[in-house]
Ligand binder design. Structure first.
Ligand SMILES: O=P(O)(O)O[C@@H]1[C@@H](OP(=O)(O)O)[C@H](OP(=O)(O)O)[C@H](O)[C@H](OP(=O)(O)O)[C@H]1OP(=O)(O)O
Ligand SMILES: Nc1ncnc2c1ncn2[C@@H]1O[C@H](COP(=O)(O)OP(=O)(O)OP(=O)(O)O)[C@@H](O)[C@H]1O
Ligand SMILES: [Zn+2]
Length: 449
């Protein structure tokens, strides 16, 4: 019989975290069906009455056209099941099925969702509460493995430490469709430029030290630098969990620069896991994460998927208008002098080509926004065989089992293409404006304290 979660079941679920689109809970009850699982619940904008205006529950006509090669996906009755199939059939083969868990749907009653909404509200960051709430009109939630834990029943279940990294886009675009005036995009990452906009809009309190190019570089030293920078300025790009509970980083959003108090608490939390003297454990942990990112090469595949964005939004946006059969808003805004043949030519390509351009752009968008969770547990001498990879931490002479999972592999809606185009412009404008008033060191903006 199919399980349906009712109001009384809400007591077994506790707040784990959230992003812009979903709220995540972990299980504390005793049902074997849910032990080791998290539940991911979709949110809806707090002020939204959009459900009445636009039906978000099914793929749009143009999305059906876009994904037409995936018969199962387009014939799925709801958008939720289409999204699950997207992870299974599109993303999982690209990133490696061993790192991807699409999850399953579980039926929930409206009362269950309402109880959860009430229960977690005081733990959620206020700005997330203002922005969105649980969508209580959904009948399903997504049940997934809790990737901050190792499954029980396999080997010893000792302590487990997990790191969550949101690496963002790790390459510089080189598309010929990037306008001359936007040439800075070829030498400065979107992440770093976006930092300036985020600072301007007070979304963050200082610029991140992190540069995605480091973590994706394949160089041991640069990966080490990236992890160190993420530790210093975690924002929403770096978190650490011990046995499923957060011990570093912002729950449900970003966080400020790492203070001495936080450093001390983190160093203490690593006791028992990292066998190093006081004051040296954090350094060893950073080394462990960096070594694992380096030797697992797991980011190589992610980068390849991100690079499906061949044309940049400045190219893909034209293909989008071809697909929706509407006059191109970008070309129509350009005067004749700026309407170059390379843009006009995009409007005479076959439909199949436009579909491929936009489809690849959206798949890349998933890969630019996902996170990875790397979980470690100390390897016991009695663990003769293990299904996990292992890593040796030289500074403490310890062996760890580790596993890597990608999370947040959502299908991006086709109608977000205009938002992507506008956001790209906004990020660039704010960066260029800031550069005009502040100092530049090479291509890097040096913000005044
Ligand atoms: O555009 P970006 O790069 O700011 O990415 C958004 C993220 O912002 P970030 O810069 O990582 O803080 C944003 O994350 P936050 O809300 O800032 O934590 C979301 O992940 C958003 O995706 P979606 O709307 O939930 O599908 C993300 O939107 P997409 O661009 O991935 O659609
Ligand atoms: N399978 C999982 N195992 C453990 N923790 C998870 C899992 N899925 C999500 N989480 C936790 O919940 C948080 C929010 O989840 P998720 O990133 O999927 O939300 P989102 O709203 O889709 O994010 P975004 O803002 O990037 O769109 C994550 O940052 C992570 O800490
Ligand atoms: Zn155009």
């Amino acid at each position: 019989m199919e399980i349906k979660l009712e109001q009384k079941d809400a007591a077994d679920w506790i707040y784990r975290g959230e992003g812009a689109a979903n709220l995540v809970l972990s299980y504390t009850g005793s049902s074997t069906v849910f032990i080791g699982k998290v539940m991911r619940i979709q949110k809806v904008a707090s002020n939204s009455s959009s459900r009445c205006l636009v039906d978000h529950t099914v793929l749009t006509e143009h999305e059906t056209l876009l994904w037409r090669e995936l018969e199962e996906l387009i014939s799925s009755p709801t958008k939720e099941s289409a999204e699950l199939l997207y992870v299974q059939h599109v993303i999982s083969p690209l990133l490696g099925p061993e790192h991807v868990d699409a999850g399953t749907h579980v039926l929930v009653s409206r009362e269950f969702l309402e109880s959860i909404e009430k229960k977690v509200i005081c733990q959620r960051p206020a700005w997330r509460v203002d922005a969105a709430k649980i969508d209580t009109q959904r009948n399903f939630v997504l049940l997934m493995s809790d990737h901050s834990l190792f499954p029980s029943g396999i080997l010893n279940v000792g302590p487990c430490i997990s790191v969550e990294i949101k690496p963002k886009c790790g390459f510089l675009p080189s598309s010929r469709f990037i306008a001359e005036r936007n040439v800075i995009k070829r030498s400065t990452t979107r992440f770093r430029m976006h930092q300036v906009l985020k600072l301007h809009e007070r979304e963050i309190s200082e610029l991140s030290q992190y540069d995605p190019l480091d973590i994706f570089s394949g160089s041991k030293e640069r990966i080490h630098k990236a992890i160190n920078d993420l530790y210093n300025t975690p924002q929403n790009n770096f978190r650490v969990f011990l046995n499923g509970s957060i011990i570093f980083g912002g729950l449900g959003g970003g966080t400020n620069k790492t203070s001495c108090v936080i450093e001390k608490a983190f160093e203490d939390a690593l006791k028992g896991l990292i066998q190093a003297d006081d004051g040296l454990r954090t350094r060893s942990f950073i080394e462990l994460v960096a070594e694992t990112v380096y030797s697992s090469r797991v980011l190589d595949r992610l980068l390849e998927v991100q690079k499906l964005d061949n044309f940049d939004i400045e190219g893909a946006i034209h293909a989008y208008y071809n697909i929706i059969s509407q006059p191109c808003m970008v070309c129509s805004e350009l005067d004749e002098a700026r309407l170059q043949p390379r843009y006009a030519s995009l409007h005479s390509i076959p439909l199949d080509e436009s579909l491929k351009m936009v489809k690849d752009y959206l798949i890349a968008a998933t890969a630019k926004d996902c996170s990875l969770m790397i979980s470690f547990k100390p390897r016991e001498d009695t663990d003769f065989w293990s299904p996990y990879s292992s890593i040796y931490l030289k500074s403490t002479n310890q062996n760890f089992d580790y596993k890597v999972n990608f999370i947040d592999l959502d299908l991006k809606p086709l109608n977000k293409m205009e938002t992507y185009y506008e956001k790209d412009k906004k990020i660039l404008n704010s960066y260029v404006q800031a550069a005009e008033t502040k100092h530049m060191k090479g291509d890097t903006l040096v913000m005044e304290a």
